[in-house]
Write a protein that binds this ligand. Structure first.
Ligand code: GDP
Ligand code: MN
Length: 381
């Protein structure tokens, strides 16, 4: 789950990270009032779940509260990488002498949180990694011992020469690591970490992603979820208790079980297609879930064919068949549907489907081939 910059900054402030004061606004008037309260120069910043807001015109300096209002009016409603801005952060502006990058990601290869730091801050770290990887220090942390003082100093020395700044940075590393661990993050990033002309080290931007599997034990973090900032189909799926990830292809897949979902996506690709989504209706077979699944998939205009691939174990395939019949009666399909069912109550499921004018097979390869052909506008193979 992604959270906004202002929320990430609150989590970092709670650990003691130095961050300029600020508050969030949903109207230009609120932005003006916050700027008034802060006094001096402020920055008005679009709150969307995307990086590169600066380049997109979503981060602007204002000299007066009136200017903050005008800028907020411009930024609110703006589109950044396809996301609409509903909120702005108004924060006291800092003077910048230099910008560095500090981040922690959960690394699958080492199975550890890995610090990445660089003097080349402010810009896209992926670009730095691709063109000048020597400018990045990577340091995996053993979570049994946590970030040790000597490691925090090593990270600080990679960023700064002056011992006061090194110490300030080392302290921020410790605080960032604490925030990462406490909140079950998969990513925590400060970019830029700036040095002011006075020599202070402060965080001007923050990004934190929470591991979805941590949300059950962190209800206070679940409360930070902003559904208006998320992919609408993913919000709908989550509320229907479906596991759903939107992808770029055109074969809509409805599958039970994550393993079968992966196998189905592999097979779609093997036969030359591209899955439009990952959708797992789960082990139970509530026909309601099938109805929700079909609705979510058919709302996506890029889906050209739908593939049901159900292996009935605990799932009863007749329940799935009934779900398909109910859903398509309420909302007749405008795109082809290919059904593969096998397992528990398969004969009953086939009968239900045939009685309602559907065809279905129990062969996974055949069904996938057919769905890919139909998505490409061709006849069934
Ligand atoms: P991003 O583009 O989405 O990563 O948004 P950032 O918050 O990182 O802002 C982008 C850039 O705006 C930063 O790298 C800074 O150069 C600049 N910026 C942000 N806050 C301030 C500030 O308080 N003062 C000044 N002078 N520039 C700022
Ligand atoms: Mn940034």
């Amino acid at each position: 789950m992604n959270i906004h910059e202002y929320q990430a900054k609150d989590l970092l402030r709670a650990e003691g990270v130095p961050i300029p004061a600020g508050d969030v606004a949903t109207t230009p008037e609120q932005a003006e009032a916050i700027a008034q309260r802060l006094g001096g120069m402020v920055v008005v910043k679009a709150q969307v779940h995307a990086g590169g807001r600066g380049k997109a015109g979503g981060v602007k300096l204002a000299k007066t509260p009136a200017e903050a209002r005008l800028l907020a009016a411009k930024i609110l409603g703006m589109q950044i990488k396809g996301l609409t801005v509903h909120k702005v952060l108004v924060t006291a502006a800092s003077d910048i002498a230099s910008e560095a990058y500090v981040g922690i990601i959960l690394d699958r290869a080492t199975r550890k949180p890995v610090f990445m730091v660089s003097r080349a801050g402010g810009i896209d770290i992926e670009e730095v990694a691709a063109t000048t990887p020597e400018k990045i220090l990577k340091l995996p942390i053993d979570t049994r011992f946590g970030l040790q003082a000597y490691q925090a100093n090593e990270l600080g020395f990679f960023l700064f020469d002056d011992i006061k700044k090194v110490r300030a940075a080392a302290k921020i590393m410790t605080q960032l690591y604490a925030a990462f661990m406490r909140n079950g993050a998969s990513l925590a990033e400060i970019n830029p970490l700036v040095v002011t002309p006075a020599g202070d080290v402060v965080a001007l931007d923050a990004k934190i992603s929470i591991d979805d599997n941590e949300l059950d034990r962190h209800p206070e973090l679940e409360a930070l979820r902003d559904e208006t900032a998320e992919e609408p189909s993913e919000v709908e799926a989550r509320n229907a208790h479906l596991t759903f990830i939107k992808l770029e292809g055109d074969v809509g897949c409805v599958v039970n079980g994550a393993g079968l979902a992966m196998a189905t996506m592999d097979l779609v690709k093997y036969y030359g297609g591209e899955p439009a989504n990952f959708l797992d209706i789960g082990g139970s077979s509530n026909p309601e879930k099938v109805v929700s699944a079909l609705r979510i998939i058919t709302e996506d205009p890029s889906v050209k064919a739908i593939l049901f691939n159900i292996f009935g174990g605990i799932t009863r395939t007749d329940d799935v068949a009934n779900g398909i019949v109910t859903a398509t009666k309420a909302n007749p399909l405008r795109i082809p549907l290919v059904i593969r069912l096998t397992g528990t109550n398969e004969e009953l499921a086939m009968k239900i489907l045939h009685d309602n004018g559907f065809t279905a097979s129990s062969d996974m390869d055949e069904a996938v081939k057919q769905a890919v052909a139909l998505a490409h506008g061709g006849k069934a193979a």
